[in-house]
Write a protein of this length. Structure first.
Length: 499
Protein backbone atom coordinates (compact mmCIF):
# COMPACT_ATOMS: atom_id res chain seq x y z
CA UNK A 1 0.00 0.00 0.00
CA UNK A 2 1.12 3.52 -0.75
CA UNK A 3 1.11 5.98 2.14
CA UNK A 4 1.04 9.76 2.33
CA UNK A 5 3.13 11.57 4.94
CA UNK A 6 1.52 14.36 6.97
CA UNK A 7 3.78 16.71 8.94
CA UNK A 8 3.09 19.75 11.07
CA UNK A 9 5.88 21.74 12.74
CA UNK A 10 5.98 23.69 15.99
CA UNK A 11 8.92 26.08 15.96
CA UNK A 12 10.03 27.88 19.12
CA UNK A 13 11.99 31.07 18.56
CA UNK A 14 13.76 32.88 21.39
CA UNK A 15 13.21 36.60 20.86
CA UNK A 16 16.15 38.99 20.84
CA UNK A 17 15.03 41.26 23.67
CA UNK A 18 17.22 42.82 26.37
CA UNK A 19 15.02 41.63 29.24
CA UNK A 20 12.87 38.60 29.96
CA UNK A 21 9.20 38.17 29.10
CA UNK A 22 7.61 39.07 32.43
CA UNK A 23 10.40 40.62 34.51
CA UNK A 24 13.37 42.96 34.20
CA UNK A 25 16.10 40.30 34.39
CA UNK A 26 18.61 40.44 31.51
CA UNK A 27 17.88 37.89 28.80
CA UNK A 28 21.57 37.33 27.99
CA UNK A 29 21.71 34.03 29.84
CA UNK A 30 23.88 32.07 27.38
CA UNK A 31 27.30 32.97 28.78
CA UNK A 32 26.16 33.81 32.33
CA UNK A 33 27.06 31.73 35.37
CA UNK A 34 24.18 29.47 36.47
CA UNK A 35 21.35 31.16 38.37
CA UNK A 36 22.71 34.71 38.03
CA UNK A 37 19.89 36.05 35.84
CA UNK A 38 17.04 35.55 38.28
CA UNK A 39 14.50 37.42 40.39
CA UNK A 40 11.35 36.52 42.36
CA UNK A 41 9.28 36.55 39.14
CA UNK A 42 11.32 34.08 37.09
CA UNK A 43 12.03 32.02 40.20
CA UNK A 44 8.26 31.65 40.67
CA UNK A 45 8.27 32.90 44.25
CA UNK A 46 4.89 33.49 45.91
CA UNK A 47 3.50 37.01 45.50
CA UNK A 48 5.68 37.96 42.52
CA UNK A 49 3.67 39.57 39.71
CA UNK A 50 4.53 39.42 35.99
CA UNK A 51 4.66 42.48 33.68
CA UNK A 52 4.40 42.05 29.88
CA UNK A 53 7.47 42.81 27.75
CA UNK A 54 6.16 45.22 25.10
CA UNK A 55 9.03 44.61 22.70
CA UNK A 56 8.37 40.87 22.71
CA UNK A 57 4.74 41.51 21.77
CA UNK A 58 5.83 43.83 18.95
CA UNK A 59 8.33 41.27 17.64
CA UNK A 60 5.65 38.57 17.60
CA UNK A 61 3.14 40.76 15.77
CA UNK A 62 5.87 41.81 13.31
CA UNK A 63 6.60 38.14 12.61
CA UNK A 64 2.90 37.44 12.17
CA UNK A 65 2.65 40.23 9.61
CA UNK A 66 5.67 38.90 7.72
CA UNK A 67 3.91 35.52 7.66
CA UNK A 68 0.78 37.14 6.14
CA UNK A 69 -1.20 36.47 9.32
CA UNK A 70 -4.33 38.15 10.60
CA UNK A 71 -3.67 40.14 13.79
CA UNK A 72 -6.71 39.95 16.10
CA UNK A 73 -7.72 43.06 17.96
CA UNK A 74 -8.01 41.14 21.24
CA UNK A 75 -5.53 38.68 22.75
CA UNK A 76 -4.70 37.33 26.20
CA UNK A 77 -2.25 35.16 28.13
CA UNK A 78 -3.12 31.82 29.75
CA UNK A 79 -1.67 29.48 32.31
CA UNK A 80 -0.53 26.12 30.93
CA UNK A 81 -0.32 23.75 33.88
CA UNK A 82 2.02 20.77 33.97
CA UNK A 83 4.47 19.47 36.59
CA UNK A 84 8.08 19.35 35.48
CA UNK A 85 11.33 20.21 37.29
CA UNK A 86 12.26 23.00 34.84
CA UNK A 87 8.94 24.83 35.31
CA UNK A 88 9.53 27.05 38.30
CA UNK A 89 5.93 28.10 39.01
CA UNK A 90 4.34 24.75 38.21
CA UNK A 91 2.72 26.42 35.18
CA UNK A 92 3.88 28.26 32.09
CA UNK A 93 2.46 31.61 31.01
CA UNK A 94 1.53 31.04 27.38
CA UNK A 95 -1.39 31.68 24.99
CA UNK A 96 -4.14 29.22 24.19
CA UNK A 97 -7.32 30.20 22.38
CA UNK A 98 -6.54 33.86 21.55
CA UNK A 99 -2.98 34.11 20.16
CA UNK A 100 -1.31 37.20 18.73
CA UNK A 101 -1.44 36.08 15.06
CA UNK A 102 -3.55 33.64 13.04
CA UNK A 103 -3.93 32.08 9.58
CA UNK A 104 -0.72 32.90 7.69
CA UNK A 105 1.53 30.96 5.34
CA UNK A 106 5.12 30.23 4.32
CA UNK A 107 5.91 29.70 0.66
CA UNK A 108 8.31 26.89 -0.31
CA UNK A 109 9.52 25.34 -3.57
CA UNK A 110 8.16 21.82 -2.99
CA UNK A 111 10.12 18.57 -2.82
CA UNK A 112 10.14 17.92 -6.58
CA UNK A 113 8.61 14.47 -6.01
CA UNK A 114 5.06 14.97 -7.18
CA UNK A 115 4.62 18.31 -5.39
CA UNK A 116 6.23 21.14 -7.31
CA UNK A 117 6.17 24.69 -6.09
CA UNK A 118 5.55 27.25 -5.20
CA UNK A 119 3.55 25.75 -2.33
CA UNK A 120 1.86 27.65 0.47
CA UNK A 121 2.26 25.95 3.83
CA UNK A 122 -0.34 27.25 6.24
CA UNK A 123 0.64 28.85 9.54
CA UNK A 124 -2.11 28.13 12.06
CA UNK A 125 -0.96 30.55 14.75
CA UNK A 126 1.91 32.56 16.21
CA UNK A 127 1.80 32.96 19.96
CA UNK A 128 4.02 34.22 22.76
CA UNK A 129 5.09 32.51 25.95
CA UNK A 130 7.96 32.25 28.42
CA UNK A 131 10.81 29.78 28.14
CA UNK A 132 11.49 27.31 30.94
CA UNK A 133 14.58 26.69 33.07
CA UNK A 134 17.29 24.32 31.89
CA UNK A 135 18.06 20.95 33.43
CA UNK A 136 21.72 19.94 33.40
CA UNK A 137 22.39 16.24 33.87
CA UNK A 138 25.60 14.97 35.44
CA UNK A 139 26.80 11.38 35.69
CA UNK A 140 28.57 10.20 38.82
CA UNK A 141 29.57 6.90 40.37
CA UNK A 142 25.99 6.20 41.35
CA UNK A 143 22.77 6.96 39.49
CA UNK A 144 23.73 10.46 38.38
CA UNK A 145 22.01 13.70 39.27
CA UNK A 146 20.49 16.82 37.70
CA UNK A 147 20.75 20.50 38.53
CA UNK A 148 18.44 23.34 37.50
CA UNK A 149 19.77 26.55 35.93
CA UNK A 150 16.99 29.14 36.12
CA UNK A 151 18.73 31.71 33.90
CA UNK A 152 16.68 30.73 30.82
CA UNK A 153 13.38 30.73 32.71
CA UNK A 154 11.19 33.60 31.51
CA UNK A 155 13.08 34.40 28.29
CA UNK A 156 10.54 35.46 25.60
CA UNK A 157 9.65 32.51 23.38
CA UNK A 158 7.61 32.85 20.20
CA UNK A 159 5.95 29.69 18.88
CA UNK A 160 5.02 29.36 15.20
CA UNK A 161 2.63 26.45 14.58
CA UNK A 162 2.18 25.23 11.02
CA UNK A 163 -0.89 23.52 9.68
CA UNK A 164 -0.45 19.82 8.75
CA UNK A 165 0.33 20.81 5.17
CA UNK A 166 3.83 19.36 4.80
CA UNK A 167 4.10 16.09 2.89
CA UNK A 168 7.76 15.10 3.15
CA UNK A 169 10.90 15.64 5.21
CA UNK A 170 12.28 17.75 2.36
CA UNK A 171 9.28 20.08 2.48
CA UNK A 172 9.74 20.35 6.25
CA UNK A 173 13.39 21.29 5.72
CA UNK A 174 12.43 23.99 3.21
CA UNK A 175 9.76 25.37 5.54
CA UNK A 176 12.24 25.57 8.43
CA UNK A 177 14.88 27.21 6.25
CA UNK A 178 12.39 29.84 5.06
CA UNK A 179 11.15 30.55 8.60
CA UNK A 180 14.70 30.70 9.95
CA UNK A 181 15.63 33.21 7.26
CA UNK A 182 12.53 35.29 8.02
CA UNK A 183 13.20 35.74 11.75
CA UNK A 184 16.81 36.70 11.01
CA UNK A 185 15.77 39.24 8.36
CA UNK A 186 13.29 40.75 10.81
CA UNK A 187 15.98 40.91 13.50
CA UNK A 188 13.63 39.41 16.09
CA UNK A 189 15.98 36.49 16.86
CA UNK A 190 19.52 35.35 16.21
CA UNK A 191 18.09 32.00 15.14
CA UNK A 192 21.15 30.10 16.41
CA UNK A 193 20.01 26.49 16.64
CA UNK A 194 23.17 25.45 18.47
CA UNK A 195 22.26 27.88 21.27
CA UNK A 196 18.63 26.79 21.39
CA UNK A 197 17.35 30.07 19.93
CA UNK A 198 15.50 28.23 17.15
CA UNK A 199 13.98 24.89 18.16
CA UNK A 200 11.60 22.59 16.34
CA UNK A 201 9.14 19.87 17.33
CA UNK A 202 7.37 17.85 14.64
CA UNK A 203 3.99 16.12 14.54
CA UNK A 204 4.17 13.19 12.12
CA UNK A 205 1.61 10.73 10.81
CA UNK A 206 0.97 8.66 7.71
CA UNK A 207 -2.26 7.66 5.97
CA UNK A 208 -3.21 5.66 2.87
CA UNK A 209 -2.69 7.69 -0.28
CA UNK A 210 -5.92 9.42 -1.30
CA UNK A 211 -7.36 9.37 2.21
CA UNK A 212 -8.52 12.62 3.79
CA UNK A 213 -8.51 11.22 7.34
CA UNK A 214 -5.47 11.93 9.47
CA UNK A 215 -3.61 9.01 10.99
CA UNK A 216 -2.43 8.79 14.61
CA UNK A 217 0.44 11.21 15.05
CA UNK A 218 3.58 11.19 17.11
CA UNK A 219 5.47 14.25 18.29
CA UNK A 220 9.22 14.18 17.71
CA UNK A 221 11.54 16.31 19.88
CA UNK A 222 15.28 16.87 20.50
CA UNK A 223 16.14 17.89 16.93
CA UNK A 224 18.93 20.47 17.06
CA UNK A 225 19.72 21.14 13.40
CA UNK A 226 18.03 21.20 10.00
CA UNK A 227 19.84 17.96 9.20
CA UNK A 228 18.55 16.35 12.40
CA UNK A 229 14.97 17.38 11.57
CA UNK A 230 15.26 15.87 8.10
CA UNK A 231 16.78 12.61 9.35
CA UNK A 232 14.37 12.26 12.29
CA UNK A 233 11.34 12.74 10.04
CA UNK A 234 12.66 10.22 7.52
CA UNK A 235 13.18 7.67 10.27
CA UNK A 236 9.81 8.29 11.94
CA UNK A 237 7.85 8.03 8.68
CA UNK A 238 9.52 4.72 7.90
CA UNK A 239 9.00 3.48 11.49
CA UNK A 240 5.27 4.19 11.34
CA UNK A 241 5.00 2.47 7.97
CA UNK A 242 6.66 -0.67 9.38
CA UNK A 243 4.37 -0.65 12.43
CA UNK A 244 1.23 -0.51 10.28
CA UNK A 245 2.42 -3.09 7.74
CA UNK A 246 3.32 -5.47 10.57
CA UNK A 247 -0.30 -5.28 11.77
CA UNK A 248 0.30 -2.90 14.66
CA UNK A 249 -1.12 0.51 15.47
CA UNK A 250 0.78 3.76 15.83
CA UNK A 251 0.48 5.15 19.37
CA UNK A 252 0.03 8.84 20.06
CA UNK A 253 3.15 9.69 22.04
CA UNK A 254 6.14 11.98 22.31
CA UNK A 255 9.35 10.53 20.91
CA UNK A 256 12.88 11.86 21.10
CA UNK A 257 15.47 11.88 18.33
CA UNK A 258 18.73 10.20 19.36
CA UNK A 259 21.39 11.73 17.13
CA UNK A 260 24.10 9.15 17.85
CA UNK A 261 21.87 6.18 16.99
CA UNK A 262 19.79 7.96 14.32
CA UNK A 263 16.52 6.69 15.76
CA UNK A 264 13.52 8.04 17.65
CA UNK A 265 12.67 6.58 21.07
CA UNK A 266 9.50 6.78 23.13
CA UNK A 267 9.54 9.38 25.92
CA UNK A 268 5.96 9.67 27.19
CA UNK A 269 2.34 9.41 26.11
CA UNK A 270 1.18 12.50 24.27
CA UNK A 271 -0.71 15.05 26.30
CA UNK A 272 -3.92 16.64 25.04
CA UNK A 273 -4.85 20.31 25.45
CA UNK A 274 -7.24 19.53 28.30
CA UNK A 275 -4.42 17.80 30.16
CA UNK A 276 -2.78 21.20 30.63
CA UNK A 277 -5.89 22.72 32.28
CA UNK A 278 -5.51 26.05 30.50
CA UNK A 279 -7.19 29.05 32.06
CA UNK A 280 -6.72 32.84 31.60
CA UNK A 281 -3.70 34.28 33.43
CA UNK A 282 -5.28 36.26 36.27
CA UNK A 283 -2.23 38.47 36.90
CA UNK A 284 -2.04 39.88 33.34
CA UNK A 285 -4.63 42.06 31.60
CA UNK A 286 -5.89 41.16 28.13
CA UNK A 287 -4.21 43.04 25.26
CA UNK A 288 -5.95 45.09 22.60
CA UNK A 289 -3.76 45.71 19.58
CA UNK A 290 -5.33 48.47 17.57
CA UNK A 291 -5.20 49.03 13.82
CA UNK A 292 -2.82 51.97 14.23
CA UNK A 293 -0.27 49.84 16.09
CA UNK A 294 -0.50 47.11 13.44
CA UNK A 295 -0.04 49.68 10.66
CA UNK A 296 3.06 51.08 12.36
CA UNK A 297 4.58 47.61 12.63
CA UNK A 298 3.61 46.82 9.04
CA UNK A 299 5.58 49.88 7.94
CA UNK A 300 8.67 48.51 9.74
CA UNK A 301 8.80 45.30 7.69
CA UNK A 302 12.12 45.10 5.84
CA UNK A 303 12.71 43.61 2.41
CA UNK A 304 12.56 39.87 3.11
CA UNK A 305 14.45 37.05 1.42
CA UNK A 306 11.87 36.27 -1.35
CA UNK A 307 11.66 39.93 -2.40
CA UNK A 308 15.43 40.36 -2.22
CA UNK A 309 15.99 37.24 -4.29
CA UNK A 310 13.58 38.50 -6.96
CA UNK A 311 15.39 41.86 -7.04
CA UNK A 312 18.80 40.21 -7.41
CA UNK A 313 17.48 38.23 -10.35
CA UNK A 314 15.67 41.14 -12.03
CA UNK A 315 18.23 43.92 -11.46
CA UNK A 316 21.49 41.98 -11.46
CA UNK A 317 20.64 39.05 -13.76
CA UNK A 318 21.78 36.54 -11.13
CA UNK A 319 20.62 32.96 -11.56
CA UNK A 320 17.88 31.52 -9.37
CA UNK A 321 20.50 29.31 -7.72
CA UNK A 322 23.00 32.08 -6.93
CA UNK A 323 20.34 34.54 -5.76
CA UNK A 324 18.79 31.87 -3.55
CA UNK A 325 22.09 31.13 -1.82
CA UNK A 326 22.89 34.80 -1.30
CA UNK A 327 19.61 35.60 0.45
CA UNK A 328 19.51 32.59 2.80
CA UNK A 329 20.72 34.91 5.53
CA UNK A 330 20.40 38.66 5.83
CA UNK A 331 24.09 38.93 6.74
CA UNK A 332 25.11 37.14 3.53
CA UNK A 333 22.87 39.33 1.37
CA UNK A 334 24.11 42.50 3.10
CA UNK A 335 27.74 41.43 2.61
CA UNK A 336 27.12 40.83 -1.10
CA UNK A 337 25.40 44.17 -1.67
CA UNK A 338 28.08 46.08 0.25
CA UNK A 339 30.91 44.43 -1.70
CA UNK A 340 29.12 45.00 -5.00
CA UNK A 341 28.43 48.65 -4.16
CA UNK A 342 32.14 49.22 -3.50
CA UNK A 343 32.97 47.97 -6.99
CA UNK A 344 31.37 51.16 -8.41
CA UNK A 345 30.36 49.37 -11.59
CA UNK A 346 28.45 51.26 -14.26
CA UNK A 347 24.85 50.16 -14.80
CA UNK A 348 25.73 48.21 -17.93
CA UNK A 349 28.53 46.41 -16.10
CA UNK A 350 26.63 45.63 -12.88
CA UNK A 351 25.41 42.14 -13.92
CA UNK A 352 28.97 41.03 -14.71
CA UNK A 353 30.27 42.60 -11.49
CA UNK A 354 27.45 41.00 -9.50
CA UNK A 355 28.26 37.57 -10.91
CA UNK A 356 31.94 38.02 -10.08
CA UNK A 357 31.26 39.12 -6.50
CA UNK A 358 28.72 36.31 -6.02
CA UNK A 359 31.18 33.70 -7.31
CA UNK A 360 33.88 34.78 -4.85
CA UNK A 361 31.47 34.91 -1.89
CA UNK A 362 29.73 31.61 -2.64
CA UNK A 363 32.96 29.90 -3.66
CA UNK A 364 36.31 30.64 -2.03
CA UNK A 365 35.05 32.85 0.81
CA UNK A 366 32.35 30.36 1.82
CA UNK A 367 34.94 27.58 1.76
CA UNK A 368 37.15 29.52 4.19
CA UNK A 369 34.17 30.33 6.41
CA UNK A 370 33.16 26.68 6.58
CA UNK A 371 36.71 25.56 7.37
CA UNK A 372 37.02 28.04 10.22
CA UNK A 373 33.47 27.60 11.51
CA UNK A 374 32.65 31.29 11.04
CA UNK A 375 29.40 32.81 9.83
CA UNK A 376 29.57 35.58 7.24
CA UNK A 377 28.88 38.09 10.04
CA UNK A 378 32.01 36.85 11.83
CA UNK A 379 34.21 36.91 8.73
CA UNK A 380 37.65 38.46 9.32
CA UNK A 381 37.48 39.57 5.69
CA UNK A 382 35.18 42.61 5.40
CA UNK A 383 33.41 43.48 2.12
CA UNK A 384 35.83 46.37 1.56
CA UNK A 385 38.82 44.02 1.39
CA UNK A 386 37.07 41.66 -1.04
CA UNK A 387 36.25 44.63 -3.27
CA UNK A 388 39.89 45.75 -3.18
CA UNK A 389 41.00 42.26 -4.21
CA UNK A 390 38.62 42.21 -7.17
CA UNK A 391 39.88 45.66 -8.12
CA UNK A 392 43.42 44.29 -8.40
CA UNK A 393 42.16 41.54 -10.71
CA UNK A 394 40.20 44.01 -12.85
CA UNK A 395 43.21 46.33 -13.09
CA UNK A 396 45.47 43.56 -14.38
CA UNK A 397 47.67 43.64 -11.28
CA UNK A 398 46.76 40.16 -10.05
CA UNK A 399 45.69 36.98 -11.82
CA UNK A 400 42.52 35.21 -10.75
CA UNK A 401 44.42 32.07 -9.74
CA UNK A 402 46.91 33.94 -7.56
CA UNK A 403 44.10 36.06 -6.12
CA UNK A 404 42.91 32.89 -4.38
CA UNK A 405 46.25 32.70 -2.57
CA UNK A 406 45.99 36.36 -1.60
CA UNK A 407 42.42 35.79 -0.36
CA UNK A 408 43.54 33.04 1.99
CA UNK A 409 46.27 35.26 3.44
CA UNK A 410 43.80 38.13 3.81
CA UNK A 411 41.38 35.83 5.64
CA UNK A 412 44.12 34.69 8.00
CA UNK A 413 45.68 38.10 8.68
CA UNK A 414 43.04 40.67 7.75
CA UNK A 415 45.70 42.40 5.65
CA UNK A 416 45.50 44.65 2.62
CA UNK A 417 45.45 42.65 -0.65
CA UNK A 418 47.88 45.01 -2.42
CA UNK A 419 50.41 44.70 0.41
CA UNK A 420 50.09 40.91 0.49
CA UNK A 421 50.49 40.70 -3.28
CA UNK A 422 53.72 42.72 -3.18
CA UNK A 423 55.12 41.00 -0.10
CA UNK A 424 54.65 37.55 -1.63
CA UNK A 425 55.77 38.60 -5.11
CA UNK A 426 52.48 37.64 -6.69
CA UNK A 427 51.98 40.68 -8.92
CA UNK A 428 50.90 39.82 -12.42
CA UNK A 429 53.57 40.03 -15.16
CA UNK A 430 52.46 42.29 -17.98
CA UNK A 431 55.92 42.79 -19.47
CA UNK A 432 56.01 41.33 -23.00
CA UNK A 433 59.71 40.62 -22.89
CA UNK A 434 59.54 38.65 -19.65
CA UNK A 435 56.67 36.50 -20.93
CA UNK A 436 58.27 35.96 -24.36
CA UNK A 437 61.25 34.24 -22.79
CA UNK A 438 58.88 31.79 -21.07
CA UNK A 439 57.03 31.26 -24.37
CA UNK A 440 60.28 30.39 -26.17
CA UNK A 441 61.15 27.87 -23.47
CA UNK A 442 57.66 26.33 -23.48
CA UNK A 443 57.74 25.85 -27.26
CA UNK A 444 61.22 24.37 -27.11
CA UNK A 445 60.32 21.95 -24.28
CA UNK A 446 57.09 20.64 -25.86
CA UNK A 447 57.70 19.60 -29.49
CA UNK A 448 54.66 17.29 -29.57
CA UNK A 449 52.30 20.14 -28.64
CA UNK A 450 53.93 22.29 -31.36
CA UNK A 451 53.44 19.50 -33.91
CA UNK A 452 49.80 19.08 -32.83
CA UNK A 453 49.17 22.80 -33.36
CA UNK A 454 50.75 22.74 -36.80
CA UNK A 455 48.53 19.74 -37.63
CA UNK A 456 45.46 21.84 -36.83
CA UNK A 457 44.85 21.12 -33.13
CA UNK A 458 44.36 24.66 -31.84
CA UNK A 459 43.81 23.39 -28.28
CA UNK A 460 47.58 22.76 -28.16
CA UNK A 461 48.04 26.53 -27.83
CA UNK A 462 46.08 26.45 -24.56
CA UNK A 463 48.28 23.65 -23.28
CA UNK A 464 51.39 25.68 -24.05
CA UNK A 465 49.88 28.72 -22.38
CA UNK A 466 49.51 26.56 -19.27
CA UNK A 467 53.21 25.75 -19.48
CA UNK A 468 53.99 29.46 -19.67
CA UNK A 469 51.88 30.05 -16.58
CA UNK A 470 53.81 27.28 -14.81
CA UNK A 471 57.16 28.77 -15.78
CA UNK A 472 56.08 32.21 -14.54
CA UNK A 473 54.56 30.72 -11.36
CA UNK A 474 51.10 31.82 -12.44
CA UNK A 475 52.06 35.48 -12.72
CA UNK A 476 51.93 35.95 -16.51
CA UNK A 477 48.93 37.91 -17.74
CA UNK A 478 46.86 35.04 -19.26
CA UNK A 479 45.53 36.81 -22.36
CA UNK A 480 48.95 38.24 -23.19
CA UNK A 481 50.57 34.85 -22.61
CA UNK A 482 48.09 33.15 -24.96
CA UNK A 483 48.60 35.80 -27.61
CA UNK A 484 52.38 35.44 -27.47
CA UNK A 485 52.12 31.63 -27.57
CA UNK A 486 49.95 31.83 -30.68
CA UNK A 487 52.38 34.26 -32.31
CA UNK A 488 55.29 31.98 -31.49
CA UNK A 489 53.50 28.94 -32.89
CA UNK A 490 52.56 30.73 -36.09
CA UNK A 491 56.16 31.81 -36.49
CA UNK A 492 57.31 28.22 -35.97
CA UNK A 493 54.72 27.02 -38.47
CA UNK A 494 55.99 29.42 -41.12
CA UNK A 495 59.58 28.44 -40.39
CA UNK A 496 58.83 24.75 -40.95
CA UNK A 497 57.06 25.58 -44.18
CA UNK A 498 60.18 27.38 -45.32
CA UNK A 499 58.42 30.71 -45.63
Amino acid sequence: MQYETVIGLEVHVQLNTRSKMFCGCPADYQAAAPNTRTCPVCLGLPGALPVINRRAVEYTVLTGLALHCRIPDFTKFDRKNYPYPDLMKGYQISQYDLPLALDGFVQIDGDGDGRTGPLRIGVERVHLEEDVAKLQHFPDDGDGYSLVDVNRSGVPLMEVVSKPDLRSPEEARQYLTALHSLVQYLGVSTGNMQDGNFRCDANVSIRPSGSDTFGTRTEVKNMNSFRAVYQALQYEVERQRRVIEDGGAVEQETRGWVEEREITVSQRSKEYAHDYRYFPEPDLPPLRIGADAVAQLQAQLPELAPQRKARFQADLALSDYDAGLLVVSRDMADYFETALGLRNAADAERPAAAKEVANWILGDLSRLLNQSGHSIAESPLPPRRLSELLGLIAGGDLSTSLAKTVLEEMYASGGNPADIMQAKGLAQINDTGAIESAVVQAIADNPKAVADYIDGKESAARFLMGQVMRLTKGQAQPELALSLVQSGLEAEKLRRQGI
